[in-house]
Structure formats: C-alpha cells, structure tokens
Design a protein around this ligand. Structure first.
Ligand SMILES: O=c1ccn([C@@H]2O[C@H](COP(=O)(O)OP(=O)(O)O[C@H]3OC[C@@H](O)[C@H](O)[C@H]3O)[C@@H](O)[C@H]2O)c(=O)[nH]1
Length: 430
C-alpha cells in the first residue's frame, strides 16, 4: 500500500482516518475498510450486543468520515475556491504532488495564482504538497484534493465545487519501460483519464488546458532535431497513450472555443534551485526508473551501481541520446504557455534545450556533479527505447519567448544532488 505508507510517514493528522483504508488502487476507486477495522468490530461483538451496535455505528461513522476526507479538500475549505476572484487565475494542477507537477505548483503560487492540486498519491508525494502548504499558508492560495482522475464522479464533484480558470494536466504514469510491461495501465491512466478531465472541463465550462505531452510521441524519427511537424510515430505504449490523448484533446478542442497548449517535454531533470522540492520516485518502482533517479541512487549507495541499458545503438558512443531539460525551465514554459493560450487555438511546442547527450555523457556529468565515482554496469537494451531524440526548440522561442536557461547539465544535476543528499528517503524522512 504505497499510498497509505506515504501518508502515515508524513504523519498528517488530517489523513489519520485514512489509515483504516486497506486498498487504494491506482486507477480505481478507493475504499474498503481493512482487517484492522473488522478486528475492532470482532472484539466488541464478544462483549455484548449493545457494544455491537455501538461498534457498528462507530464503524459506519468512521467510513462516512473517511469518504468525506477522500472526496473533500484536505487542507482548505472548498468555499474559498468556489468563486472566481477578480484578476486571480485559479489553476487546477493534476498530479501536483508529483515531481514536475509540484515544481509547477510552486512556480504558479510564487506568481500569485491560486492553485488546487488533485493527486491520487500513487506516484506523487504528500510531502511535496506539505512543503508548498508551508510556503503558502494563506487561506485561498493552495488546496489539495486527494482523488483519482479515473473516478469521473469524484472529478465532476471537484469541478462543481471549484471555479477553475485553467487546468494543467500533469497526472500520469511516465515510465517507458513499465509501459511495455503494463500497457493497459498506461492507456487507462493517460488516455482515458484525460478523457475524464476533458469531459469535466466541458461540463463545467473550463476553457484553458495546458497538457503535458512528451517527445516519446515522436518515436524514433529519421531526422534530427525534432520539430513539432515531425511525424509522430510512437514506438512504446507510453508514447502511444500520450499521442492518443493529444489527438482526443485536439479533436475535442476543434468543436469548442477552448484554449489549448500541448507541451512535448524532452527528458526532465534538476530540481528547485532553492532546495525546497526534488525528484522522489517510488523506491518500489526503481527497476523502471529514469536515468536521473538511478544515477542519484547509485551515488547515494542505495543501489550498488548504475545499469546502462543498451550500448549498441547507432549513436556516437553506442548509448541512447536524449535532450535533458531542467524542471525550472520546464515550469517556466508552462507559465508562458498559460499566458499565451488563446480561445479556439491549439499551440503545440517542444520543450527541450536542442542539445542531445548520450547516456554515457549523462553518467559522466552525474559523477562530476555528485563527486562519486558511480559504479557502472553495461546491460542489454531496455524494451521501448529509441536511440536518439533531441528537440528543435525554435518554435517555443519564437512564439512564447521561452528558451532554456539551465543548459549546463552538470549544474542542473548539482542542484538536484543537493536536494537528494539532504533527503535520503525522499519526502519520507529528511
Ligand atoms: O537505470 C537506467 C535508466 C535509464 N537508462 C537509459 O537512459 C535513457 C533515458 O531513459 P529515461 O528512463 O531516463 O527516460 P526516457 O527517455 O525513457 O523517457 C523520459 O523522457 C520522456 C518523458 O516524457 C518520459 O516520461 C521519461 O520517462 C534511456 O536510454 C534508458 O535506457 C539507463 O541506461 N539506466
């Protein structure tokens, strides 16, 4: 139960009752009281029948409270968010407890937006939300809602209770390797959940969407660098699910006056330069993890070494080439996209540095940034990987006046390393 462990570790009292929930499914509805709750009933049953009635009543009351907790904002009253405030944009950040979503929420809050985070905490961290809450405690700035986007009823309720001006839709599973093993999880979580978000937006008249897409939608183009017009021919379920979500968004937006921005991220690295947030992937998903997480885990001695997956690609040194974009630059692109979003328009932008670096180069930069001589093991290719992708970011530069500022890979890794070193258990224990 990763979610509940995460909650208990955070020691958040407002979530105390959720500890009775025994199963939280990533893409499903929640709620089934666990054996702990039933044992509690059993012991009452033995004593007397009056006790039994009280116990049952108590049990039902606990369940009702739990349901209320789950479907209500957990930090701030929804009333404060139910009205548009003149001149203040209220952004729904799905997946705002995750790595990129939390950095985006921080930037939006710094820029005086009101933010509602919706997250099912399956991959994100309540600890990241708590950091944001401590930074922005004023009423009406930030609320957190624990909910799953696969639950259309819950999503509709959230939209009905809040007056959103825009949606930044980050929430998604995002491991290429995992997507080849569990494709249905990816189509559900990425494609059908996007449908749920779009339907809720349509029902509640929310007209601006910034969508997190990926370079994985291009697959393995013959010509580099990748432009937005480069044909999208994804080769793994992750890329395909994101491409389908893009298609659905575009088709739907053509029938409405929605303002849509689709950002195709390249490989995101780094963390908040002020050290407040970082990348904290779930340890149990380590085998699917991204290169940055693996490098840091190896540098911290959490894993014995880094496994480089594939050395026989047709690239200069035989390892895959990627375009590493710092998360601070990425969230800046989101804020610019939000500012430039126009009704009846779909803007599609690559978000990358324009420079490709091999996995071997990445590992060298990571060794220098951490000062650790990371042990490296060379393995076979990982299913779903493409040899080389890097962006042509000229469209976003021209149209949104955005360019990557953090182009020194080692420096970005150094910033991230600082957070990693001081958060050995991610957001669990510092
Ligand atoms: O432990 C590892 C992890 C990764 N790698 C390699 O490092 C390269 C980059 O892999 P990552 O998993 O970090 O990133 P990917 O390129 O697969 O996808 C990433 O970028 C696009 C985003 O939209 C995706 O969400 C993100 O996962 C690949 O060649 C991969 O095989 C290793 O050699 N060892």
């Amino acid at each position: 139960m990763p979610v509940l462990n995460g909650i208990s570790k955070e020691g958040n009292t407002s979530f105390g009752l959720l500890l009775l929930i025994s199963s939280v499914k990533e893409e499903g509805r929640i709620l089934k009281c666990d054996s702990g709750g039933m044992d509690f009933l059993d012991s009452r049953r033995k004593s007397n029948s009056a006790g039994k009635v009280i116990a049952v009543a108590f049990f039902i009351a606990v369940c009702i409270v739990m349901l209320k907790q789950v479907y209500s904002p957990s930090y701030t009253s929804p009333d404060m968010f139910s009205q548009h405030e003149l001149g203040v944009t209220h952004v729904l950040v799905t997946g705002g407890a995750g790595y990129i979503g939390s950095h985006a929420a921080l930037r939006l809050l710094k820029d005086s937006y009101r933010v509602t985070i919706v997250d099912n905490l399956s991959r994100g961290n309540l600890g990241a939300v708590k950091v944001l809450q401590e930074l922005f405690p004023e009423p009406g700035r930030l609320q957190f809602i624990y909910a799953d986007l696969g639950d259309a009823k819950a999503v509709n309720k959230i939209f009905a209770e809040n007056a959103f001006d825009a949606v930044m839709h980050f929430a998604a599973v995002a491991y290429v390797g995992e997507s080849t093993i569990e494709p249905l999880r990816y189509y559900h979580n990425i494609t059908s959940n996007t449908l749920v978000v779009l339907e809720a937006m349509a029902s509640h008249n929310v007209k601006t969407l910034i969508y997190s897409s990926t370079c994985a939608t291009y697959g393995e183009p013959i010509k580099m660098p990748i432009r937005e017009e480069t044909p999208q021919l994804p080769i793994n379920p992750y890329g395909k699910a994101k491409k389908m979500a893009e298609d659905i968004i575009i088709d739907f937006s053509n029938t409405t006056d929605m303002a849509v921005m689709i950002l195709r991220y390249f490989n995101v690295i780094g963390s908040d330069p002020e050290g407040r947030l970082g990348e904290a992937p779930r340890p149990e998903l380590r085998e699917h993890g991204r290169i940055s997480g693996a490098c840091f885990d190896a540098a911290r001695g959490i894993i014995p070494g880094l496994k480089v997956k594939g050395t026989d690609y047709k690239t200069a040194d035989g390892t895959c080439v990627r375009d590493y974009i710092d998360v601070t630059d990425l969230v800046d692109a989101h804020v610019k996209a939000l500012a430039h979003a126009k009704p009846r328009k779909v803007g599609i932008y690559n978000v990358g540095t324009g420079k490709g670096r091999s996995v071997k180069e990445f590992v060298d930069a990571c060794k220098k940034a951490t000062g650790v001589d990371i042990k490296v093991e060379y393995l076979d290719r990982r299913p779903g990987d493409y040899a080389e992708v890097f962006s042509d970011p000229s469209k976003i530069k021209q149209e949104l006046s955005w360019t990557a500022q953090y182009t020194d890979l080692q420096k970005s890794l150094q910033i991230a390393w600082k957070w990693q070193k001081s958060h050995l258990n991610g957001y669990g224990h510092s």
